[in-house]
Design a protein around this ligand. Structure first.
Ligand code: CP3
Length: 343
């Protein structure tokens, strides 16, 4: 471990840094021609996730091009269900496909027995990237949050209304809790191993947190995220955590007030001035340029970036998108974003 100055890490300790450190959710991906080339070589998407040399290469591509302050491990949130024994595949153009689990009795097909054996290549990726990181950049490991991962496991694919998973969670919460508990346990162990392989920061993506009523959000999003953080910090107390429950802005202050959560990601629909008043007093704020504004580019992008930076300039802020970058985004717009942020 070196002790070079890393703006992202300093911000996560609560320091205000000007200009704010910048990285982008889903910064490795299809908008980059160099990603598409390696993706083609690798065959399937999961094959790419499980090929440490290639996954390390695509993790570092966006840093070489744009000089971001962080690399995020190239993998996917759905490697956990895969490592638990569920069939997972990614069809080009259709997103993920899983052999859906629809009842508590089907949970018996899942097992933690081979969890780390399956995930071993991912720990290797983390190790390679941590050796090759550019000076001053930090390495972010990640996982999905139990609720979001569970929705894919139950629906079997992306969903519009989450009818099947919500029906289970709201109609039979105690049996649903069994799946959530399995995911808490597996995810906490997975993140501990990422830290041991070289991850310096961890982010938990709860993409679908916003579809639950408050009482169910508390039980199936808030509590599981806090429990995972507690378990990881019991072993690695200094690793900073970023929580990103999307679509749940009004619930975020509770999360920010957990002293073990160092940073809260806000999505693009959250008012950054509201976040400055209600989240930033307790935690670093990450966000929240609309990815479609990055896609559109032009003067409005510049204006939007300045207004987010201004709103959050009174405290610790990490400049990021309010959700993942979209594949159609011109790389020139990303270059421009970095230039605008760094003045
Ligand atoms: O650059 C990075 O951010 C690191 C890699 C990363 C991927 N997925 C790679 C990926 C990360 C952090 C994720 C997280 C992820 N995966 C989330 C949470 C964040 C979010 O965007 O809401 C979710 C919900 C998933 C599940 C998932 N993976 C879906 C729904 C899809 C299909 C949609 C799509 O974008 O294609 C994926 C596939 C996926 N994950 C791709 C990439 C680069 C595209 C696959 C390809 O290259 O063919």
């Amino acid at each position: 471990m070196t002790d070079t100055f890393k703006p992202l890490i300093e911000t996560l300790k609560g320091k205000r840094i000007d200009p704010p450190p910048i990285w982008l959710m889903r910064q490795a991906g299809r908008y980059l021609p160099e990603y598409r080339a390696i993706r083609e070589e690798a065959g399937g998407f999961l094959d790419l996730c499980y090929s440490p040399e290639k996954a390390a290469e695509v993790t570092l591509q966006p840093l070489r091009r744009f000089g971001f302050d962080a690399a995020i491990l190239f993998s996917d949130i759905l490697v956990i269900p895969h490592a638990l024994g569920q069939d997972v595949s990614f069809d080009a153009g259709h997103g993920p496909r899983l052999d859906p689990i629809r009842s508590v009795s089907e949970l018996r097909h899942l097992s933690k027995d081979k969890l780390h054996e399956s995930l071993q290549p991912i720990y290797e990726t983390v190790g390679i990237v941590s050796e090759d990181l550019p000076n001053g950049a930090a390495l972010i490991g990640f996982s999905g949050a139990p609720w979001t991962v569970a929705t894919y496991m139950i629906e079997g694919k992306s969903s519009r209304d989450f009818k099947i998973s919500k029906r289970w969670a709201l109609g039979d919460p105690n049996s649903f809790q069994i799946l959530i508990d399995l995911l808490i346990e597996s995810t906490a162990e997975y993140l501990v191993r990422q830290v041991e392989a070289g991850a310096e920061v961890l982010q938990i993506f709860d993409t679908w947190a916003g579809v639950l009523p408050k009482f169910a959000y508390d039980r199936f999003c808030f509590k599981p995220i806090c429990e995972i953080v507690r378990r990881v910090k019991r072993i690695h107390p200094r690793v900073p955590f970023i929580a990103f429950p999307r679509g749940a802005a009004l619930y975020l202050p509770d999360l920010a007030q957990n002293p073990e959560i160092d940073c809260v990601g806000i999505d693009y629909s959250t008012d950054p001035e509201w976040a400055a008043n209600n989240i930033q007093p307790f935690a670093t704020v990450q966000g929240n340029i609309d990815p479609i504004s990055l896609l559109a580019g032009g003067h409005e992008l510049e204006r939007g970036v300045h207004s987010v930076i201004k709103a959050l300039s009174g405290g610790p802020h990490i400049l990021n998108l309010g959700h993942g970058i979209v594949p159609e985004t011109p790389t020139a717009n990303v270059e421009k974003l970095v230039k605008v942020v760094r003045g």
